[in-house]
Ligand binder design. Structure first.
Ligand code: 5AD
Ligand code: SF4
Length: 479
């Protein structure tokens, strides 16, 4: 065929070096000023906030080259699927979607269908795409989406497929253009990659080595967001608690970053995701100062069994996790804690699962994302004998969800008859007079108003708690 493809290799992705990544600014190539002229793009985003943030950058880059965004598939000249590799069912959904997209190439032979994100970083996926889905014209990974205009240009010239995925991370790129989806709240990456290598998880392979962004770059991004009128930022990283550990400067830590941001005029600060092992006392103490640091913490526990935690390579025990939780409650008494839990990890016994249920009760979670373990090719756990019947896994998930939902409702009920500040994000899809927004504790509130209050933080009286949301009325007295 003569095409030069660069495919990912899981073995190379496992490697870690001590070298600091280069930091460079994104530079728009003026040759591409008209690349998107008369062309429309559509990006479908799956998975976590890291993907959502990447999509906003890709859209920013495409906009600079004159592409126009569309939500209508038939109109699109470029369809990009930003994929998630964390579980097999997420991947199957994407494969289904890619199959369905083929029909749009019949009317528009110049349509470019592309795949980016974490699935592109998997050897097995790229091979399958090449074999089974030749209508996919572009495959690029998480480390090189900044080069998307080069790839589109190459396809325009050659009419051939372009596959370029780097197995290991490259530079940290600053000043990426960003087309933010919301004018109210914004993502701010503080670090990339993950060095934890939990045995079930593909992320350290798809997103590379842990790299912290320079402290000043983060602060100046937040300053810009404040000037633009943003009300809330969410600091992003696979393990935000490890922020700064890889930086050459001494004394820069996640606690220091939070302390600095706490003194800036941004009304709300959130962060995700935390690894319990790196959640230091300093972080708990800073969060205890409150103010714009929101009292809602997502603290993935994964399991309550020490034996399973060990085989997951989580580096903490049920006891040490619960001690951290107690410390958090002591410093932030009203905090709303949420978590992630995996059931059916290889070798999980009924006794192990009971430990998880016990931990959920003791930690008083007010929400959890719960999953059945999904083996990921290339990870250590994929080689562990999967000895649990699927029926048993489903049963455990059902039992766990029941308990988790009780916590969800309890967490919502504690705000009934209270006045809470709601950051209004938009109108309800089903009723134009209804608005939706979130409280400091990250509770979803629906309420009616005859004024346009989007983007404002307003006091709302809570009158009813449902499992997933709160119903409120605008408190005109204090408005
Ligand atoms: N199977 C099931 N769940 C997983 N997660 C990560 N990898 C897997 C896997 N192989 C879950 C973890 C993590 C969340 C983002 O996804 O709970 O915290
Ligand atoms: Fe995956 Fe563990 Fe890293 Fe989270 S901390 S991204 S679960 S390897």
């Amino acid at each position: 065929m003569g095409d030069a493809f660069q495919k990912p290799e899981i073995k190379a992705a496992r490697k870690r070096t001590k070298e600091r990544p280069m930091i460079r600014d994104y530079v728009f190539d003026p040759r591409y000023l008209d690349l998107g002229k008369g062309r429309k793009y559509l990006i479908q985003t799956h998975g976590c906030q890291a993907n959502e943030a990447d999509t906003e950058h890709i859209e920013g880059i495409l906009d600079q080259a004159g592409f126009i965004s569309t939500q209508v598939v038939e109109e699109a000249d470029l369809i990009l699927v930003n994929t998630c590799a964390v579980r097999e069912n997420a991947e199957n959904k994407v494969f289904g979607e890619i199959g369905r997209l083929k029909q749009y190439t019949y009317n528009n032979p110049d349509l470019i269908i592309g795949i980016c994100g974490c699935m592109s970083q998997e050897e097995v996926v790229v091979e399958k795409l090449m074999r089974v889905h030749p209508h996919v014209k572009l495959i690029l990974g998480t480390h090189n989406f900044d080069r998307i205009l080069d790839y589109i240009h190459k396809i325009d010239q050659s009419h051939k497929r372009v596959i370029e995925v780097f197995s290991t991370e490259g530079d940290i790129i600053e000043r990426l253009p960003t087309q933010r989806k919301s004018h109210v709240k914004a993502w701010v990456n503080i670090m990339y990659g993950c060095d934890e290598f939990c045995t079930y998880c593909i992320v350290p392979y798809t997103r590379g080595k842990e790299r912290s962004r320079p402290f000043d770059a983060i602060i100046s991004e937040v300053e810009t967001l404040i000037q633009m009128g943003y009300q809330e930022i969410t600091l992003l990283g696979q393990n935000v608690n490890a922020y700064g550990l890889d930086l050459p400067e001494k004394g820069i830590s996640f606690a220091f970053l939070l302390e600095t941001l706490r003194q800036m005029p941004i009304p709300r600060i959130r962060f995700t995701t935390s690894h319990p092992k790196d959640f230091s006392r300093e972080i708990v103490q800073v969060l205890g100062k409150g103010g714009n640091l929101m009292p809602a913490i997502h603290l993935p526990v994964q399991s309550g069994s020490d034996a399973i935690l060990k085989r997951m390579n989580r580096k903490y025990t049920k006891d040490s996790y619960l001690r951290l939780v107690q410390d958090i409650y002591a410093h932030i008494p009203s905090v709303s804690l949420t978590t992630d839990i995996i059931v059916g990890f290889p070798g999980e016994t009924e006794a192990d699962f009971s430990e998880t249920l016990d931990l959920v009760r003791q930690a008083r979670f007010e929400g959890a994302y719960t999953f059945i373990y999904s083996p990921r090719s290339g990870t250590p756990a994929a080689l562990f004998p999967d000895d649990i019947l699927y029926e048993v896994k489903k049963e455990r998930l059902y039992t766990l969800n029941h308990l988790v939902n009780e916590g969800f409702l309890r967490g919502n009920q504690r705000f009934v008859h209270h006045n809470v500040d709601v950051l209004v994000e938009g109108r309800s899809k089903s009723n134009q007079d209804k608005f939706t927004g979130y409280t400091p504790h990250n509770k979803l509130v629906n309420f009616a108003s005859d004024q346009d209050i989007i983007g404002k933080i307003i006091p709302v009286q809570i009158i009813e708690a449902k499992t997933w949301s709160l119903i409120g009325v605008v408190d005109h007295e204090s408005n």
